[in-house]
Design a protein around this ligand. Structure first.
Ligand code: ZN
Length: 253
């Protein structure tokens, strides 16, 4: 796929995630990106609105240059330095758009996983669950469709300052997830913040986002009746490996 048609797909995904009726984001919230190759990716520019974004709302960035920010000691990275480093990571230096502050997090996800598209949103139903004192608990799988679409397990990320500290935390958790489950993560829940959907296609990003929001709504509603009935690890593993569910999962990609 050419870089231009990839960008077109990314624009379509962004419009879909930014559709007001879906209630995933408001104003300039959220961001999307697409892997061009192992060296570069498109990322939404800071301040662009997903609902109306066009080609000029995306910036092509050099992955290795963004990742250099993570090699520095924590205290060494100032906000100004992050801004300068992200500007320097633009492949086209005549481009004036600024890459989103969450670019460094996207770079980590492209480095460690096989994602081709990433969608990050702040859906109120999900942020409500994520703002609860029981957030980590409430992101556990509770329904078979959630397992099929979002993965048997998802990654919960405690609240950390956005930018480099958050990207470091995500790097640690993604590495731990892959070591533990020997599979690629699909869904990340960021405490007090929002969700990240990692897909091999734009459709998969949309499916994961929609299912994560459904999960949050179901859990919120179930809590009104008392403690939700959580699926056991045995139940989760069974759904995760059933031949009919594997077929369904293949269709969802
Ligand atoms: Zn965000």
């Amino acid at each position: 796929m050419s870089k231009e048609s990839l960008l077109q797909e990314l624009i379509t995904l962004s419009h879909s995630l930014g559709e007001p009726a879906r209630d995933y984001v408001i104003i300039g919230e959220g961001n999307t990106s697409a892997r061009i190759d192992d060296a570069a990716f498109w990322i939404k520019a800071s301040g662009a609105y997903l609902q109306t974004i066009g080609a000029s709302g995306f910036v092509e960035v050099d992955q290795a240059r963004v990742m250099q920010l993570l090699d520095k000691a924590n205290d060494d990275v100032t906000d100004d330095e992050v801004t300068r480093a992200l500007a320097a990571a633009r492949v086209d230096q005549t481009c004036t758009a600024r890459p989103s502050v969450e670019t460094v997090l996207h770079a980590v996800l492209y480095r460690l996983t096989d994602a081709r598209f990433i969608g990050h949103t702040h859906p109120p139903a999900a942020v409500a669950v994520l703002s609860s004192a029981r957030a980590e608990d409430l992101t556990r799988q509770v329904m078979p469709d959630g397992i099929v679409v979002c993965g048997a397990h998802t990654i919960f990320v405690p609240y950390v300052d956005p930018g480099v500290p958050l990207a470091r935390e995500v790097r640690e958790r993604v590495n731990h997830f892959i070591e533990t489950y020997h599979e690629m993560p699909r869904t990340l829940w960021l405490q007090n913040h929002g969700i990240f959907a990692l897909g091999s296609s734009t459709q998969q990003v949309e499916h994961i986002t929609a299912m994560a929001v459904k999960h949050a709504r179901i859990v919120g509603a179930a809590l009104a009746w008392g403690e939700p009935h959580w699926l056991s690890e045995h139940d989760i593993a069974r759904i995760d490996t059933r031949p009919d569910e594997l077929l369904r999962r293949a269709k969802f990609k």
